[in-house]
Design a binder for this molecule. Structure first.
Ligand code: ADP
Ligand code: MG
Length: 237
């Protein structure tokens, strides 16, 4: 006899019920758009990692998340997938402007996650831009940035746009991601991050991912997440 399937408490929803997707191990078992499923299949992603399995049933229901899992555990897809699904379900289009902001502490990390976003998201029609300091002329960027759907940025460059770019507003922002939040705070971006958060609309979904659960990450989460699901995934086996 094989052991019964694990019913993880991780899939419990706020009303006490379990998400029907809580026991899912494979991406195709999740309620994803065909476009996202095709993007995952193109890249040969099939089984979820622990942090993906733990967080996606919640994040796909629109909940705020604080997810902590070590480097290399697959946190990027744990936020790229809900970002794509959120905008897809909102029927976000070219005229709708900025629907998602993803913040990352360094240019290199922003670059890497941008690559994952654009490859897994290639069957969707969203426009995405990489806003990182020193990359290219900020003035040319200013004209284009407000027309993009998804911004991947470092805090410094994003704040520069918020301060200097005419009509840089995102009143309908659907979803905000803070990636590598511990590092973002460590490298001294605390002031920038707080300034950015104070200018964004309150009504939105927020996903906060971190390699470690530091005090400052928990503080950031306490101030900025609504009834979040706290997920800390440690290595098993
Ligand atoms: P983290 O942000 O937690 O450090 P990444 O998102 O960068 O981790 O992922 C680490 C590596 O694992 C990447 O090479 C990525 O392609 C791979 N990976 C992520 N999710 C999966 C998955 N479900 N199946 C196979 N490989 C995966
Ligand atoms: Mg990462």
């Amino acid at each position: 006899l094989s052991p019964p399937p694990k019913k993880s408490p991780i899939g419990k929803l706020p009303d006490g019920s379990f998400s029907p997707y809580a026991g899912a191990d494979k991406f195709f078992q999740l309620p994803l758009s065909k476009r996202t499923k095709d993007g995952l299949a193109d890249k040969k992603f099939s089984s979820m990692t622990d942090i993906q399995r733990a967080s996606l049933p919640h994040s796909l229901c629109g909940r705020d998340i604080l997810g902590a899992a070590k480097t290399g555990s697959g946190k990027t897809l744990a936020f790229v997938i809900p970002v794509l699904e959120k905008l897809y379900r909102a029927r976000w289009g070219p005229e709708d402007g900025i629907g998602c902001i993803i913040m990352s502490p360094t240019r290199e990390l922003a670059d890497q996650l941008f690559e994952v976003l654009t490859s897994v998201g290639r069957h969707h029609g969203f426009s995405a831009g990489l806003l990182i300091g020193g990359r290219k002329d900020v003035d040319t960027e200013k004209e284009r940035v407000i027309k993009l759907n998804i911004l991947v940025c470092t805090p410094g460059r994003l704040l520069q746009h918020m301060d200097e770019t005419p009509n840089f507003q995102c009143p309908d922002l659907q979803i905000l991601v803070l990636d590598e939040a511990d590092r973002m705070l460590d490298v001294g971006f605390k002031k920038e991050v707080n300034a950015i958060l104070s200018q964004l609309p309150r009504q939105k979904q927020t996903l906060l991912f971190s390699a470690t659960q530091t005090k400052s990450v928990q503080h950031l989460a306490r101030l900025n997440l609504k009834d979040p699901e706290y997920l800390s995934v440690h290595e098993e086996s």
